[in-house]
Design a protein around this ligand. Sequence first.
Ligand code: MLT
Length: 407
Amino acid sequence: MAKINGNYKKLQAGYLFPEIARRTQEFQQRNPGVELIKLGIGDTIRPLSDSVVKSIRQTADLMADAQTYRGYGPEQGIPELRKALSEHYLKYNVHLKPNEVFISDGAKTDLANIQSIFAADSIVAVQDPVYPAYVDSTVISGKTSGYKDGRYIGIIYMDCLEENNFFPDLPKEKVDLIYLCSPNNPTGAVATHGQLKKFVDYARAHDAVIIFDAAYSAFISDKSLPRSIYEIEDAGSCAIEINSFSKLSGFTGVRLGWTVVPHKLCVFGTKPGEVQALWDRRQTTMFNGASNIAQLAGISVLSEQGQKETQALIDYYMENAKIIREGLNDVGIHAFGGINAPYIWAKTPNGVDSWEFFDKLMNEAHVVITPGAGFGRQGEGHFRLSAFGDKNEIKKAIDSIKRNLKI
Ligand code: MLT
């Protein structure tokens, strides 16, 4: 008798972004002709850079010829890309072996799947507010028992508030897996060396593993801030880093990411190399590798010319972030982030409920944002704006907020 995975029934709401899309669509049906400016989901809009387009065309030609056609590649990724990524980390003085880098089809899948190589009863800690995929995948994998006061029982939530500069204190209890995201989605806060070192020390002392989501690391321009967890001494023995080409080079539709599982990473009862081998086993069993078109394009992103083009894309979005942040501050909305991160996190005016503010902003200013409550209990009273938009549209959105939002 087949039964569904009952853990799905424990999920409290639909996934955040489809819910935003549903409400947006409903508004558009009610208000045909009204143009909405969407700064909700962080989805890139700029065209692929020249090097990437050239690479994709070249690979298409190779695939069109029986002599050069390529089928399955290694599940862990093509060696040239794994090597190019390991060399990319040398910029931060981080030394990785190519076989510690596993290529994926984007960060989100691995952020969820990585849990499967750890014990089913692992205690998971997350920042609050939090990127919802960490929480929902923890629920789906059966690590929670119920839901109370806006939180799943069984997950340890680490508050990220204005008072602690949106970086959490260490968990008071012993936890096993700790999701950290820096630059943070949604708050736009970036962890310092000192802040990350405390977590690395905690993880080493408690045999815990940090799952470090670095999907926005390319947006850090302040050289004093770490762009990889491995810039922190000893992190290689307790941290897995997950990253993506999505925001780095506009690959949200191309799909490519990577996960670093260092050889020296150990958990209770393992020897160096065992955890890395488990992830290798998991990937070779359940993943057939990222598209070779995307992987070869990824190599072009990491080339010298590709890096220049990538920087131009990042600069474009970061100018948007500045426009948003300054525009909100101009109308008296307290905004955070947006300096070394493509997200701006702001307080809803007069502490209004964040879904209510979502509707109000859509109705009055025709701007779509992400309500803070969608990121957890501590997100309530806040909202997030994404800088991944067209510059003129973003200027229009800020102008409309200034003219039309009744605060
Ligand atoms: C977001 O808006 O938080 C992200 O774009 C969603 C994602 O990366 O999955």
